[in-house]
Design a protein around this ligand. Structure first.
Ligand code: FEO
Length: 393
């Protein structure tokens, strides 16, 4: 893939992964991704900011050859996850004089994960600087902009921030900078939902920090670069704070009883002008569910009983919702059983990470009957009332 120049002596040397469709064997990548790596040529020293996934290390090496790079002084590692650090051993092999510049926690991770030798590191602390001659790098340690060791690198003279995963988007595109705003907004929101949402409380302070720094360019490590940073800063602020008059219903149904309940509840909520997003768990993309969770005030989990508990698809979804820690305010459960069970206790016990109020679940026997539809109407009324109390209706 072609090297791209960002500014004088600053180059994109990463790789676009057009074909990847799954990350961490968990997260769907409908639009591929990229692993962004940057080369900065100072008047005295050369630094590489992050590397690429090991599957793409040959592309990184080719890009460095195309730029006639014969030595690298510093490999800055903002994050130890292998999609950014995985090519460090290969780069160290090719450029044996290079030192890995990172913080203490990241250094420990790189030694454990990639077996990087201890003598290969320069360890920095928060706000430390590193001179490249006519260019200066400054480091900001930012735990939980994905992992506990994550950090940002700031190129002072050119006013470029390299925040690694923070503000990233899983999007394979030939655009170096954001050009298709709608497309990038969607990909960045999906990325936020899947990767950053669990840390949204702590991340609010990093959004403020980036605003204080005021970079002209944000060069994240996935997706296109932001040459108008307000676009992504405003989006992150909105996603981490705004709650909408929306209900997300995730459901699984074996013999249509639960499906009938979902259809009735959906229609009841729609009549109240509440936005409803319905996901059939057996064929939904979990990234789409995560994105819906960014905005929704309420989740309803709908499931039949299997043996004595919820359907395993509902258990899996409930586990993910709890792990993602969305800013949901309310939750409920609806479903149908054949001969009893404990799925309400089971599912509510799995939502311990969420600060949600449980709205009276509707658990019925068999196919829904008139009295059951009344219970579902009551549930819709209660959701409407709760949303009105939040002033979001
Ligand atoms: Fe893109 Fe947390 O790695």
């Amino acid at each position: 893939m072609a090297v791209r120049q960002i500014k004088n002596d600053i180059f994109y040397v990463g790789a676009i992964d057009w074909d990847r469709r799954l990350f961490d064997e968990l997260i769907p990548l409908p639009d591929g991704t990229s692993y962004n790596s940057y080369l900065i040529k100072g008047s005295e020293k050369i630094a590489l900011i992050d590397t690429v996934d090991p599957t793409k290390e040959n592309e990184l090496i080719k890009n460095l050859k195309d730029l006639n790079v014969s030595n690298i002084d510093y490999i800055v590692c903002n994050h130890a996850e292998q999609d950014h650090s995985g090519a460090i051993p290969k780069i160290l092999e090719l450029f044996s004089e290079a030192k890995v510049v990172t913080n203490q926690k990241c250094r420990e991770q790189l030694m454990e994960l990639l077996l990087v030798p201890e003598d290969k590191f320069i360890t920095i602390k928060d706000e430390d600087t590193l001179s490249l001659g006519n260019k200066t790098l400054q480091f900001f340690i930012t735990p939980w902009t994905h992992w506990p060791e994550t950090m940002f690198t700031y190129l002072k003279e050119d006013n470029i921030l390299f925040p690694c995963d923070f503000f990233g988007s899983h999007l394979a595109t030939s655009d170096l900078f954001v050009r298709d705003r709608e497309k990038v907004y969607f990909s960045a929101k999906r990325y936020y939902a899947e990767i950053m949402m669990p840390f949204r409380n702590v991340n609010s302070k990093y959004i403020r920090k980036v605003k204080e720094i005021g970079p002209a360019i944000i060069a994240a490590s996935h997706g296109p670069l932001y040459d108008k940073p307000d676009f992504i800063l405003n989006a992150y602020e909105e996603w981490s704070s705004t709650i909408k008059n929306e209900v997300i219903i995730v459901y699984v149904s074996m013999h249509n009883s639960t499906l009938k309940m979902v259809e009735f509840l959906t229609e009841s909520l729609m009549k109240k002008n509440i936005t409803v997003k319905v996901f059939k768990l057996t064929n939904s993309d979990i990234g789409e569910i995560a994105m819906a969770l960014v905005d929704a005030a309420t989740i309803v989990i709908a499931t039949p009983t299997v043996l004595t508990g919820a359907h395993p698809a509902a258990v899996y979804a409930t586990f993910l919702v709890n792990a993602l820690k969305p800013k949901l305010k309310f939750a409920s459960i609806v479903g149908s059983y054949g001969w009893g069970g404990k799925m309400i206790e089971q599912l509510t016990g799995m939502l311990s990470n969420l600060k949600v109020e449980l709205i009276e679940p509707v658990l019925i026997k068999g196919y829904p009957k008139e009295k059951d539809f009344t219970l579902l109407s009551n549930l819709a009324n209660e959701i409407e009332r709760k949303h009105k109390e939040l002033n979001i209706s």
